[in-house]
Write a protein that binds this ligand. Structure first.
Ligand SMILES: Cc1ncc(COP(=O)(O)O)c(C=O)c1O
Length: 410
């Protein structure tokens, strides 16, 4: 059987059950008078307040602020943490550029520390070495949905009086020592953009445990109407960090079944990892002890030595030609390279240059017979290509497949 190609645009860009969400949105709009939601972003009432309350409850944290995007959420959190011109913020070189964009937009300087080789998240020891008298904050990204080493990073932040901002854009539902990520630092930032667990088209949420931090975020980003409602001294220069009320409604409609969707995707990812672990040359993503991954990206490690030294691009091309939905990336270039900065980050360099590959996982349940067929076809195709490249088929799991894959999927 042929391995299905990359999921279609529908799978990548729309939430599951998009049609159902749209019909519920129509019902909501018919039910709510326009004056109850149209201008809600100014006051923070209506669907904005509902989404904030829902998110705060879901996360088990007292304060949540709806914002237009994860990037804007990072800017707001940094601003509320007092980051400004001349300050330094330590972050990961192995990331998308949102944190760097937010740091630079405040006139501050991004400083890169290296990553952990297995979890790909900021390494606390490396971060500690980059602290200077100008450092104000750390951004810990829970990359691909794997929790960062929060204990280590909190210790660094405490030792040097730094704010810790969790970039949980990709990690809604991930847990560190049993507690949801985003709720550990001074601020947690989530994205509700395309491809995220809650996909409102665009959107973000900033959360905080301390009221003064929440109010500082609100004062930096919300309309004076709302600032006054909270008894704040009016900041007429607040940036527009307000969420569109229709995005808030779209987000609210996606809480139903959220835990199940996250759990199902995690189970699919773990079942794929179980199958791949038996193969040479493609190391599945790690879940560090005490961490629950959500696998927003299923990022593997290509191990060239096990492919006879074949460069990654050629192996990926061969795997793609066999129909496997695998790509080099998704990051490919460490952020310091893009900024022309010298910060040495050898682990991130190696990951980008040689190791990172991403596999697109199907939107199936692990119990679905189609998933088992997909997984079997995937393993057989990888074995076939690997065998063609390095020779010798002995010891591949397809010969022991029936045995190996009878293991429970969880
Ligand atoms: C790790 C990370 N941080 C921040 C962002 C920015 O979020 P947004 O696209 O909502 O601005 C993203 C978006 O994908 C992300 O993956």
């Amino acid at each position: 059987m042929k391995v299905p190609l990359l999921p279609g645009a529908r799978d990548l860009w729309l939430p599951e059950e998009a049609g159902e969400i749209v019909s519920r949105l129509r019902e909501e709009l018919a039910r709510r008078p326009p004056e109850s939601w149209w201008a809600a972003s100014l006051s923070g009432n209506g669907p904005i307040a509902e989404l904030e309350a829902r998110m705060a409850r879901w996360l088990g944290i007292p304060f949540a602020l709806a914002v237009p995007s994860g990037t804007m959420g990072l800017w707001i959190a940094l601003r509320a943490a007092g980051v400004g011109p001349g300050d330094e913020v330590i972050l990961s070189p192995y990331d998308w550029g949102a944190g760097v964009a937010a740091v630079c937009a405040l006139g501050a300087q991004p400083v890169f520390a290296d990553i952990h080789p297995e979890t790909f998240t900021l390494d606390p020891e490396s971060a500690a070495r980059r602290v200077t008298g100008r450092t104000r904050a750390l951004i810990a990204t829970h990359l691909f949905g794997h929790p960062a080493d929060l204990e280590g990073l909190i210790a660094v932040a405490r030792a040097h009086g730094l704010a810790l901002i969790e970039d949980a854009a990709q990690a809604l539902g991930a847990r560190y020592r049993g507690r949801l990520v985003g709720t550990w630092g001074d601020f947690g930032v989530f994205s509700l953009g395309v491809g995220k667990a809650i996909n409102a088209g665009e959107g973000g949420i900033v959360v905080a445990r301390e009221e003064d931090r929440y109010l500082a975020a609100l004062q930096a980003s919300q309309h004076p109407l709302r600032q006054r409602r909270h008894g704040l001294a009016e900041n007429p220069f607040a940036f527009n960090g307000r969420m569109h009320p229709l995005a808030a409604l779209l987000a609210l409609l996606q809480f139903e079944g959220l835990e199940d969707r996250i759990a199902r995707h995690r189970a699919v990812a773990r079942a794929v990892s179980e199958a791949l672990a038996a193969l040479p040359g493609l190391r599945p993503p790690t879940e560090a002890p005490g961490c629950e991954h959500v696998f927003s990206h299923y990022s593997l490690s290509y191990q060239g030595a096990a492919w006879g030294g074949l460069p990654r691009d050629r192996a990926v091309a061969a795997l793609q030609a066999a129909g496997i939905p695998i790509v080099e990336g998704p990051i490919r270039v460490p952020l310091p390279h893009r900024l022309g900065r010298p910060d040495p980050c050898p682990v991130a360099e190696r990951r980008c240059a040689q190791e990172e590959v991403e596999l697109a996982l199907p939107r199936l349940t692990p119990e679905d017979p189609d998933f088992e067929r997909w997984r079997t076809a995937l393993v057989e195709a990888i074995e076939r290509i690997h065998c063609r490249i390095v020779g010798g088929a002995r010891g591949y799991p397809s010969t022991r497949r029936r045995l190996a894959f009878k293991a429970p999927l969880q």
